[in-house]
Design a protein around this ligand. Structure first.
Ligand code: PMP
Ligand code: GLN
Length: 395
């Protein structure tokens, strides 16, 4: 024994040491401590449909889901997920063997990566990437390989040659996210077809995070699993948080071929086993809402995108128009600013608004240095107020 006490070495293991506290927690805490408008962490300031909230209350009162629900999720929700996939995308999944309910998409991502990766496996992920991807790849002992989405003709686009070049003999899977957080890019059918062809050619698994599937304003959402050769090799992940504006309920799901779902379930059962019993019944009802609900959500958010986008432009930001999600990525170079993180830390003091620096979503320290993300899933008055406050930057 060296005689070293446990406190003489850091508590957090080496795999997680680089991650610390998430940027969302940090920036939400900053919003609270400074009393600022929080356009950082992505959560709506208006709850989802009243009838769905009531469905959760009913389930609680009637004792549905108050004790451990079945490990794969309640049958009503698995059936509703399967029906939704058929109705929207013509994708047929067996609710008993090909659908798995998770504690939000976050657990779905963790369980999938823990289940599918061997230590040393490479994961090719789009950069900027959602923070939990990097942490979960690390927890699984994998290695992330970033392919950077770059601004091109007003939107962040995927360079298919770069994607192809990133695949090596060690690549186990491609981790795709469309609509993409934080850039708002919606991958086109052509781009996704190229991803699918690459996956088939190199015999790769694909994990696709589609939590913003219903938040598309320009173009359309195409699920990767529906493309030729993809059904057997794709794990699709989605969640009720964004689609139904109940981010606190943490009900997500995985759809994939039975052997993949079986693998993911093996990891999931030791993470949470199950979660959110009564909410699962409510989300089952939500997924059966008529098209008018989904159309209304999209129209509402499109208007908010334009409202905040106009405000940001008026304040002097360079705005990258998002085609989907509820985030706008801006560039702060027009202000002569060079460090998104420092800019975001100072913003509450300067104008009482909180945003998120995209730089933390990149491996490349230069790539996102001047990018800042604003969430627009907020009441119109609040977006207007934020825009008014940001105008001081233009002065
Ligand atoms: N993936 C992406 C791209 C996200 O933006 C988020 C945040 N909602 C998640 C996954 C996590 O979703 P959930 O809240 O359902 O865990
Ligand atoms: N998905 C949300 C965002 O991108 C945050 C979720 C979280 O705090 N983990 O802002």
């Amino acid at each position: 024994m060296s005689g070293m006490t446990s406190s003489a070495r850091p508590f957090l293991n080496r795999r997680l040491a680089e991650f610390g506290t998430t940027i969302f927690a940090e920036m939400s805490a900053l919003a609270v401590s400074t009393g600022s408008i929080n356009l950082g962490q992505g959560f709506p300031d208006t709850d989802g449909p009243e009838e769905i909230r009531e469905a959760a209350v009913r389930a609680l009162r009637e004792g549905r889901g108050n004790q451990y629900p079945p490990g794969p999720g309640v049958p009503e929700l698995r059936a509703a997920v399967a029906d939704h996939q058929v109705r929207r995308y013509g994708l047929a999944w067996d609710p008993d063997t090909e659908v798995l309910v998770t504690a939000g998409a976050t657990e779905a991502i963790a369980a999938t990566l823990l289940a599918l990766l061997e230590p040393g496996d490479e994961v090719v992920a789009l950069e900027p990437y959602y923070d939990s991807y990097a942490a979960c790849i690390a927890m699984a002992g994998g290695r992330r390989v970033a392919v950077t989405l770059r601004p091109h003709e007003g939107a962040f686009r995927l360079d298919l040659d770069e994607l192809r070049a990133a695949v090596t003999e060690h690549t186990r899977l491609l981790l795709i996210n469309t609509p993409h957080n934080p850039t708002g890019t919606v991958l086109t059918r052509e781009e996704l077809t190229a991803v699918a062809e690459l996956a088939v050619e190199r015999d790769l698994l694909v994990v696709t995070d589609e939590v913003y599937e219903h938040l598309v304003y320009d173009g359309a959402h195409h699920p990767l699993a529906a493309l030729p050769g993809m059904r057997e090799r794709t794990v699709s992940i989605s969640s009720s948080g964004k689609t139904f504006s109940f981010t606190g309920w943490k009900v997500g799901w995985v759809t994939a071929a039975a052997p993949l779902v079986t693998a993911v379930r093996s990891a999931k059962q030791f993470l949470t086993y199950v979660s959110a019993g009564p909410f699962q019944y409510a989300v089952a009802e939500a997924l059966r809402l008529p098209d008018s609900y989904f159309d209304g959500l999209r129209a509402d958010l499109r208007r908010k995108r334009d409202l905040l986008g106009d405000g940001l432009r008026a304040a002097g930001f360079q705005v990258h128009q998002p085609q989907g999600t509820y985030f706008i990525t801006t560039d702060i170079s027009p202000f002569g600013e060079k460090d998104a993180y420092a800019f975001c830390r100072a913003l509450p003091e300067r104008c009482g608004v909180v945003a998120v620096p995209n730089s933390v979503f990149y491996d490349d320290p230069h790539a996102g240095r001047t990018q800042v993300r604003f969430a627009f899933c907020k009441k119109d008055e609040l977006l207007q107020e934020a825009a008014d406050r940001l105008r001081v930057l233009a002065a």
